[in-house]
Write a new protein. Structure first.
Lengths: 316, 360
């Protein structure tokens, strides 16, 4: 009986909370919040709460076509791989202290799984044969090389300070939140996350006035729906990762709080990062790809290196 | 990387009107470009030869969806010259008021399009929101937001009462504040400058060689403005402060246009405060004596020229329109050569194309 019970609770954890269902629902909720916040900052009203769900259902029901000459099988598999990898990454990122599973080194696995969609995105541009797709695809690869190194280095600093690569342990080994001890690392991680999610002002691979919709130009219907869901889930996982690594997860610093508050505290921190992302997309014009590469290698990467040196000094 | 040919248009998110560019790129660098126009050619000049003068006023209004009023003003001016009509000053003031409101509307629209194309949606939303103030004023004055049908040969068919003028004057400070904000943003915002500075440079020599007019010429330090160079009422009384820049790139064009918007607001205030009393139109005969007339006027994009030839009947025997966009289009292959693919959008936005004007 205990085996059955364990199996059921594992299934619930994977499929309901904090797994699949919770991730998809919060992904759609975050997309709505993000759109409303941006709209309000731009003097617009923004969509109603059910808009992301309606968009998803609409796309799932639409005709799914690809241009002649595109590799149908690969094009269909890519969004599935992307969505699967970000959902798998979600399993290792604790939500308010509840994780499905964890082991020493799961941070590295999460970072790897979060990077897979970037490769799939590039390939999507390559297999769908349009010129805009190809240009967008090569841009996305260039962008990947610009933001990924500072992003990884920034996320490595809390692991170095906590002396563990297990997210659960990093959360608890923050007597004061990482954002206070490593503000630079946090800032770099947020900038890197914007690059990873291809949000404004780093939406270079899919800049509509330049390359229409980048690698996804030729995508439609269910495949496009999965791509959109991938980005939404990736946003949530990325934000939760930063909350765990830099904002102490569900724990509080300075003042102790009651147990029932900590999930809300966790949600509040996640929203705070979402506000930062929304503000960045409202405040700046899109950069050119060479300007982003310059920023990545001449500014962000040296700063990240400096942050790692400081972190090593803090540990010793 | 291989050479690739990228089609931009006739349907593309960057272009608001149909026009086709073909850009050859190597990696991200543009090697050459060709363009093809004529997708919105409606044969308006030929059509005008089979309509009477009163109908042609409404026909030329359809040339452009943004600067429709300046087209009718220039056409009416030409016909009135042929007729030797003395148009009352109040009519000229109301015509000029709409011209300036149209310029504000056109420049704010352009700023929004540029911002949108460099991924700066916030500025796009703000400038189009502020543009609504002008559109409201134009609607109160003429009944239409973009097509006004205000001009008739011999004057204007609308009038402003004291209450309307006062209400407009009250709304100008708000718009002035918004435009000042936009100017500050264009001059100082770092990402916007990073995208627009040094892109699409045109030297004063190129401007003169290609006969480029309007804000694009003024941004390269070529001092042309028909409101001052071909003075007519009421600009000769009001005095126009022509806005200049020497940088010659897209950023300079943005600065010039936003400063011009500010200058237009000043002119609107002057016009509303000094509106002369009297009639708004004089009666014009149906038939126009034989002869030719050329008139020039400063549209938002630069000099617009009308040539009208009459054979003494009630229809023009030839109408020729020269719009500012046509000359700017010719400079595009020069401007696009060697820029990054991402800058094609900046160059194309920077010249403020009006394809409908160019095609007619």
């Amino acid at each position: 009986m205990t085996v059955v019970k364990e199996a059921i609770s594992a299934l619930v954890a994977i499929l309901v909370f904090p797994g699949l269902a919770f991730m998809v629902i919060s992904a759609l909720a975050f997309e709505w919040l993000d759109r409303v916040m941006i709209a309000r900052l731009q003097g617009r009203v923004g969509p109603p709460w059910y808009q992301p769900v309606a968009d998803l259902i609409k796309l799932l029901a639409k005709e799914d076509i690809l241009p002649t000459g595109a590799n149908e099988a690969v094009a269909a598999v890519l969004p599935v791989i992307s969505l699967a990898s970000v959902l798998t990454a979600a399993l290792y990122v604790p939500v308010a202290g509840y994780g499905v599973t964890s082991f020493e080194g799961d941070l590295i696995v999460v970072l790897f799984l979060l990077s897979l969609p970037a490769l799939a995105y590039f390939l999507a541009g390559w297999v769908s044969v349009g010129v805009y797709s190809m240009v967008g695809g090569s841009r996305s690869l260039l962008q990947y090389f610009s933001y990924e190194v500072p992003f990884l280095m920034a996320l490595a600093t809390p692991a170095i300070v906590a002396d563990s690569w297990r997210i659960e342990i990093i959360v608890t080994r923050q007597p004061t939140w990482g954002v206070f001890t490593m503000p630079l690392g946090f800032a770099l991680a947020v900038v890197g996350l914007i690059g990873k999610l291809k949000r404004d002002p780093f939406d270079i691979p899919k800049a509509s006035s330049e390359v229409v919709a980048g690698p996804l130009t030729e995508y439609s219907g269910r495949k496009l729906a999965l791509w959109h869901l991938t980005v939404d889930v990736q946003t949530v996982v990325g934000i939760l990762l930063l909350v765990n690594l830099f904002l102490g997860g569900h724990t509080s610093t300075f003042v102790p709080v009651a147990a029932w508050i900590s999930p809300w505290l966790f949600a509040g921190k996640a929203l705070l990062i979402l506000v930062l992302l929304a503000a960045a997309s409202v405040l700046y014009a899109r950069l050119r790809i060479d300007q982003l590469a310059n920023l990545g290698w001449r500014v962000l990467a040296p700063l990240a290196l400096a942050q790692i040196v400081v972190a090593l000094w803090m540990v010793s | 990387m291989d050479r690739m040919t990228i089609p931009i248009g006739p349907q593309h998110p960057l272009l608001k009107e149909p026009m086709s560019f073909t850009v050859t790129v190597e990696g991200e660098q543009v090697l050459a470009s060709t363009m093809r126009m004529g997708y919105v050619h409606r044969g308006i000049e030929k059509l005008a030869e089979s309509r009477n003068y009163r109908q042609v006023v409404h026909l030329v209004e359809r040339i452009c969806g943004i600067c429709s009023h300046v087209h009718t003003t220039t056409f009416c001016d030409a016909v009135e010259t042929l007729l030797g009509l003395e148009v009352p000053p109040r009519a000229w003031y109301i015509r000029a008021l709409l011209c300036e409101l149209e310029r504000i509307h056109s420049h704010l629209l352009w700023l929004g399009v540029l911002a949108k194309n460099v991924g700066y949606d916030t500025v796009f939303m703000y400038s189009w929101r502020d543009r609504e103030i002008v559109l409201d004023m134009m609607e109160e004055l003429s009944g239409g937001r973009v097509s006004h049908a205000v001009n008739i040969i011999g004057g204007v068919r609308v009038d402003l009462d004291v209450e309307q003028a006062r209400s407009m004057l009250e709304r100008l400070p708000l718009l002035e504040e918004k435009v000042d904000g936009a100017l500050h943003l264009v001059e100082t915002e770092r990402t916007l400058r990073a995208r627009t500075q040094g892109v699409g440079y045109l030297s004063p020599e190129q401007i003169r060689a290609y006969c480029v007019v309007g804000p694009v010429a003024r941004a390269s330090g070529v001092d042309v403005d028909m409101r001052r160079d071909a003075p007519c009422a009421p600009y000769d009384e009001l005095g126009v402060d022509v806005q200049m820049h020497t940088a010659g790139d897209v950023w300079a064009r943005a600065v010039v246009r936003v400063r011009e918007t500010r200058e237009s607001l000043r002119l609107c205030r002057l016009i509303l405060e000094n509106l002369p009393a009297g009639a708004t139109e004089v009666r014009a005969p149906r038939r126009v004596p034989a002869g030719e007339a050329v008139t020039r006027w400063e549209a938002p994009r630069g000099e617009v020229l009308y040539y009208v030839r009459s054979d003494g009947s009630d229809t023009p025997s030839r109408l020729k329109v020269r719009t500012p966009t046509l000359t700017t289009l010719i400079t595009l292959p020069d401007q696009l050569r060697g820029v990054a693919l991402a800058d094609v959008t900046v160059v194309l936005s920077g010249v403020d194309l009006c394809i409908a004007c160019a095609d007619r």
